[in-house]
Design a protein around this ligand. Structure first.
Ligand code: NDP
Length: 245
């Protein structure tokens, strides 16, 4: 049985990368609060992890609920020492900007950037009070590699990139560490959702790239950053499949 470690709250924990992070952290001895739009998925995962996990419904674009998030965490899971900002989507992505739907790009920015910032804002005061904590933001390789037809997603992730650096600087006088993880293409449902459920388009997408990462590849990187001694801050990690540059 691993020793007890800090409690983590993970957004978008019901599927893909968030799910893998939740599993890895729980296996490493962290207690985990699994939040997602999909309460049934988060609950099912929490039950499989046992007493060290609990599930909460959370839409990170729901301002009132996000502001109340610290009060929604069950007392037995406080304080939250690690925040993993993972929830995100790319619905309607890969469309020439002028041909895409404005509602799609505003939803992408609202979730991937505004939602992430708001969750961070809600959870920070307690970490600042305690002068310790970890914030791990899952951005994307898209934040630095500009891919055509992905304007909103790229803008949202470049925003997370910049926000994470400024946050690290803002918190430099505290003991809080701020880490950005930039995954390359990873096999999750985000691609299927991007193509609005079109399996053939998803298949073609993955075939074009031949190799994609597994969600657990990203989860191991998160654990690597968290497992450093308290005076070591992993600022950024780019994770790419071996055949990509
Ligand atoms: P998934 O779609 O598998 O997981 C994303 C999770 O976030 C889902 O459970 C989704 O719920 C949830 N979510 C979406 N919107 C919200 C919201 N408003 N509030 C709360 N939860 C929400 O995708 P990934 O695991 O791939 O994505 C995780 C993160 O990794 C994202 O930030 C993504 O941008 C990033 N990323 C992914 C890459 C990839 O190639 N897969 C590459 C680089 C970065 P629901 O299923 O109900 O929509």
């Amino acid at each position: 049985m691993p020793e007890a470690k800090g409690t983590a709250l993970i957004t978008g924990a019901a599927s893909g990368i968030g799910r893998a992070i939740a599993r890895r952290l729980a296996e490493a001895g962290h207690r985990v609060v699994l939040t997602d739009l999909d309460l049934a998925g988060a609950t099912e995962l929490a039950q499989s992890l046992g007493e060290k996990a609990t599930a909460l419904q959370l839409d990170i674009t729901d301002r009132a609920r996000v502001d109340d998030l610290p009060n929604l965490v069950p007392p037995a899971f406080r304080p939250i020492e690690i925040l993993v900002n993972n929830a995100g989507h790319d619905i309607g992505g890969r469309t020439r900007f002028d041909l895409g739907k404005a509602d799609d790009w505003s939803s992408i920015i609202d979730t991937n950037l505004n939602g992430l910032m708001r969750v961070t804002r809600a959870m920070l005061p307690d970490m600042v009070r305690r002068n310790s904590g970890d914030i791990v933001n899952i951005s994307s390789i898209s934040a630095i590699r500009m891919v055509p037809d992905m304007a909103a997603y790229t803008a949202s992730k470049a925003g997370v990139r910049a926000f994470t650096d400024i946050l690290r600087a803002d918190l430099a006088e505290t003991g809080i560490r701020v880490t950005e993880i930039l995954p390359g293409l990873t096999k999750t449902n985000i691609i299927l959702k991007r193509h609005r459920g079109d399996k053939a388009a998803e298949q073609e997408y993955f075939e074009r790239f031949k190799i994609a990462l597994d969600p657990d590849d990203i989860a191991r990187s998160v654990l690597f950053a968290l497992d450093q001694p308290a005076h070591v801050q992993i600022a950024q990690l780019y994770i790419l499949p071996v055949n990509r540059w």
